[in-house]
Write a protein that binds this ligand. Structure first.
Ligand SMILES: [Zn+2]
Ligand SMILES: [Zn+2]
Length: 219
């Protein structure tokens, strides 16, 4: 597959995409808070170093996946199942990440790692990237393992990675609202989780929180 066969264009594209996504996160989050006049969390030097190390991990974590692809252990298709593969990825990761997020709140040492992300009760422009690097490493490895076992359409895979980032940006936009969404996760839903850590563990949808009784309810 031309997109992946040559390491230099692949890693150049990967590094470029990660830098562009980081810069757009800053631009979108900063503009959002400015336009809506939201108070933002002070940006610390620690947040900046932390977020940059997460960007670095997001790039490095592609190396084992790329190695497996070159070895022939990971296969992608180009022409079939575009929508179906996207839907499978979306719902599999929505459930998988809901469960892992629960583990991150209740099981050592994941609980310890996850505390860093929860140091933000409301957001600055890089809150999405403020987490222990091991958390982004685990997410990247989970994607690699999924691609190892399920042969996916490459465009569905890329679209899913883009959507995961975009929904992450949306989830970390400041808001004063407490009106929870009906079906899909948003900034109100995720900010509530940052403030009431025993509710709203989902990311893309609120389905699993509704099913398992962890959806936020006003007392
Ligand atoms: Zn968050
Ligand atoms: Zn959490």
């Amino acid at each position: 597959m031309q997109l992946l066969d040559n390491a230099i264009p692949f890693f150049s594209g990967l590094i470029g995409a990660n830098i562009v996504m980081y810069l757009f996160t800053v631009l979108i989050s900063y503009s959002w808070s400015k336009v809506h006049n939201h108070k933002t969390l002070a940006l610390t030097r620690r947040d900046v170093y932390n977020s940059l190390s997460v960007v670095l991990i997001n790039i490095l974590v592609a190396i084992p996946g790329y190695y497996l692809y070159k070895k022939g252990s990971i296969h992608f298709t180009t022409d079939t199942h575009l929508i179906l593969d996207f839907v499978i990825l979306f719902f599999a990761f929505d459930l998988g990440m809901y469960l892992l997020h629960l583990v991150s709140h209740f099981v050592w040492p994941f609980k310890k790692f996850h505390n860093t992300h929860h140091s933000h009760a409301y957001f600055n422009a890089i809150s999405l990237y403020v987490m222990e690097p091991v958390e982004s490493l685990l997410f990247g490895l989970l994607l690699t393992v999924f691609a190892f076992f399920v042969q996916l359409n490459i465009y569905s895979f890329l679209a899913f990675i883009f959507l995961n980032w975009a929904l992450g940006v949306v989830g970390h936009l400041n808001t004063q609202s407490t009106k929870q969404p009906f079906l899909f996760g948003n900034h109100v839903f995720h900010k509530t989780h940052h403030q009431q850590a025993n509710s709203n563990f989902g990311f893309y949808t609120v389905i699993w929180d509704r099913i398992f009784g962890t959806f936020y309810r006003k007392n």
